[in-house]
Design a protein around this ligand. Structure first.
Ligand code: CA
Length: 724
């Protein structure tokens, strides 16, 4: 079991003139009644009262307390002067858009045990509104229809399909004709992905589309497309593992072609041979699928990453617009998933028009123009037997952070990360266990790799030192960028470098010639759409990851954004972030011309030396405790100061005293710490406690030494980071 000890270090966790005529969906519309701003989800607004000439006076109009220390990913909407915004757990607030005063709030009763299988914080990415109803999903996967005027529940539907509740919901529902479509997350927890469509008025389930086949021994597949998909899996597929393919973010209805586009997530476990040793493309993992909203049948699909082994979800946001392509105006779908490419599809038939990388990637040697298939570089990136450095890393070149397509410049403005990771598998990794993390690949981000190299076991270190990518790790570009990208070529027209590759946020662009983008240091910055020049920036004191929006009310143009650190990698708080320096309380910030400066949140108190832990109990099996901690607990608990979840190396005596009751009786379930009495025995809990006591002893000793020398206590590098 001692092999787990070193896992502590590893579980890191252009513009053609013709494009100016594009996108009727956006050009005439200055309202913002859906999270993406319009039916194309372009995150573009035709409003121009705030523009290059006056944006320097942009300041705070009002703010609203979102009452949580968790991440904020939602973009608000405004309908009839009422702003509707969702927050963590699926809470919804209705607010007077001009004054910021609350009209009503909806607080779902969430089964907090769901946190056992929530990878990426208790976030929520938005609502859908139609005919005086507000639709939202809670973290525990219940879909609600609320009355627009009062927030009262009109109907609710449990969207989970079986007994093993490994799913959760962070995404926004999407209205498609007379149904509302919702997906879920949980590909890392042994689930089978699907989307469900409910009747808008009654909440009755109308159809469900599974993204991967089921065990053929259970009977025929639910539809003919899945029968065909079955052939891409091979007969040795381990169906009991669910296979993943969750649709946790983008679901996009196209009224022009009456199709619902879904982005399908990664496979679980990560390596395709772990799911089916004989391999195969494994449809519909990592695919874009167009569904008929009437019945959930497949209209067309394109698999972006066949045989996904790198957590390359295709769930990232899409943009629907029209573009001049090869001399013809074409209705297109723009999509930049995790895998590093920006794809352009013809919405008339799903044909692939373009696929260009927008960051360094090494998993594919381009896309074959004849077959449309990527030329996968198995020799470079298949890590099942040999550790490999793979670009991009599992958090992706792009993630959920919405991009903006601006029809006036013809550019796609997006947060892009340049980062890879060392991936390797692990003989003897704990066996598959329902509702536990199923991915069995270990990851080290290239940004940390050189520092961590000496701590890696010799065979893995050797593989890194012989890797053809080592030179890039040493000297290549690593970071987070706001890029203005030509959607036809993938070329960057201008870019702004952020503080790190983890520093990324949603984007708004406007007809005022402006691009709005927040960052984790707490700044909301405004750039010139054409040049990328920073025209203005506002210090808010709260990390921003969500996309801003804009609206007009009583003749005034406002900019609104939610703020709060969290999401993927949420427990770990970057040292350069606002969340490290200030209290990470969620806020909705609304700006106007001539507004005031933003009040800074309370600064966090100085770090204190970890308290003296109790002695290690008699008869403990430290190796067992360590192994269990790394299998089950590192998803949320990072060994790092000022984490959002508790830093368990700093438990106070009163917490040590009830450690067993926290795990076995669930005394903190309400606060988001689930109970584990179905997994851990009393002895297991004692062993985990013993491991944490040893960690607390270590951190206390090192901090006492630092204190003695008069050095800051947070000098040590953060060690654990998980991200999906
Ligand atoms: Ca994933």
């Amino acid at each position: 079991m001692s092999r787990y000890i070193w896992l502590v270090l590893l579980v890191l966790g252009g513009c053609s003139q013709n494009q100016r005529t594009a996108s009727e969906a956006t050009a005439s519309d200055s309202s913002w009644s859906v999270p993406g701003g319009d039916s194309g989800k372009t995150y573009f607004s035709a409003l121009e009262k705030i523009n290059r000439t006056n944006v320097k006076t942009l300041g705070l109009a009002w703010e609203f307390d979102l009452e949580t220390g968790r991440g904020q990913e939602a973009t608000p909407v405004v309908v009839d002067g009422v702003m509707i915004v969702s927050s963590n757990l699926g809470r919804v607030y209705a607010i007077d858009a001009a004054t910021g005063s609350e009209i009503w709030r909806f607080v779902p009763q969430v089964d907090m045990q769901v946190n056992r299988t929530v990878c990426c914080d208790q976030v929520n990415r938005g609502v859908a509104i139609r005919d005086s109803r507000v639709y939202v999903a809670s973290l525990d996967a219940v879909l609600y229809a609320l009355d627009f005027g009062t927030g009262k529940v009109l109907w609710q539907a449990d969207t989970i399909d079986g007994e093993d509740r490994g799913q959760h919901i962070s995404g926004a529902p999407e209205i498609a004709g007379d149904v509302v479509v919702i997906g879920n997350g949980g590909a890392e927890f042994g689930v089978r992905g699907y989307v469900s469509a409910y009747d808008l008025e009654t909440g009755e389930l109308r159809w469900r589309f599974y993204t991967v086949p089921r065990d053929p021994k259970l009977g025929p597949q639910e539809n003919p497309e899945l029968e065909e998909a079955l052939a891409t899996w091979g007969e040795d597929a381990r169906w009991e593992m669910g296979m993943g393919g969750t649709v946790w973010d983008a679901i996009h209805y196209d009224p022009e072609f009456d199709a619902v586009y879904i982005g399908v997530g990664n496979g679980g476990p990560y390596h395709y041979k772990k799911r089916a040793p004989s391999g195969g493309d494994q449809l519909f993992l990592s695919s874009l699928v167009a569904l008929d909203p009437e019945n959930g049948r497949v209209k067309w699909y394109y698999q972006q990453t066949p045989g996904d082994s790198w957590d390359y979800t295709a769930t990232q946001p899409m943009v629907l617009t029209n573009l001049e392509v090869d001399g013809e105006t074409v209705p297109v779908l723009l999509h930049a998933p995790k895998n590093g490419f920006l794809y352009l599809f013809d919405r008339r038939d799903g044909s692939l028009l373009r696929a260009n990388p927008i960051a360094y990637q090494n998993w594919a040697n381009g896309i074959d123009p004849e077959t449309g298939r990527p030329n996968v570089r198995e020799d470079l990136v298949d890590y099942i037997d040999t550790p490999r450095i793979v670009f991009p890393a599992t958090p992706g070149t792009r993630n959920w952070h919405p991009a903006s397509f601006n029809p006036q410049t013809g550019l796609y403005y997006a947060s892009v990360s340049e980062v890879g990771n060392l991936m390797f598998t692990f003989p003897g990794y704990p066996p598959y266990l329902p509702k536990s993390v199923t991915h069995d690949a270990q990851l080290v981000y290239t940004s940390d790799l050189l520092n961590m190299l000496p701590a890696l076991p010799p065979p893995i270190r050797d593989a890194v030192e012989q890797s053809p990518e080592l030179e890039r790790v040493k000297n290549g570009k690593t970071g987070g960028y706001l890029r203005a990208i030509d959607p036809l070529t993938g070329e960057t027209r201008w870019e702004v470098e952020n503080s790190s590759w983890q520093d990324r946020a949603g984007v708004l662009s406007t007809a005022g010639g402006l691009v709005f983008n927040g960052d984790v240091t707490g700044r909301l910055s405004v750039y010139d759409t054409e040049s990328g020049e920073r025209l203005h920036s506002i210090e808010t004191g709260t990390s921003i990851i969500a996309a801003p929006m804009t609206f007009m009310q009583d003749g005034e143009q406002y900019i609104a954004v939610t703020a709060g650190w969290g999401g993927g990698g949420w427990p770990y708080v970057p040292k350069h972030s606002a969340a490290y320096r200030y209290e990470n309380r969620g806020r909705l910030l609304v700006f106007k011309l001539g507004g005031k400066s933003v009040p800074m949140p309370q600064e966090r108190p100085p770090l204190e030396v970890a308290t003296e832990p109790p002695p290690i109990p008699e008869g403990t099996d430290l190796a067992n405790g360590t192994a269990l901690f790394f299998q089950h607990c590192t998803l949320c608990h990072a060994h790092s100061p000022r984490t959002i979840s508790a830093d368990l190396r700093r438990m106070r005596p009163e917490v040590h005293a009830i450690f067993d009751r926290i795990l076995l009786d669930g005394v903190f379930v309400g606060a988001g710490m689930p109970r584990w009495d179905d997994v851990f025995s009393k002895d297991d809990v004692r062993d985990i406690h013993a491991y944490l006591i040893t960690e607390q002893q270590k951190v206390r000793a090192s901090e006492l030494a630092l204190q003695e020398k008069g050095l800051p206590l947070n000098a040590e590098p953060s060690r654990v980071l998980s991200s999906y």
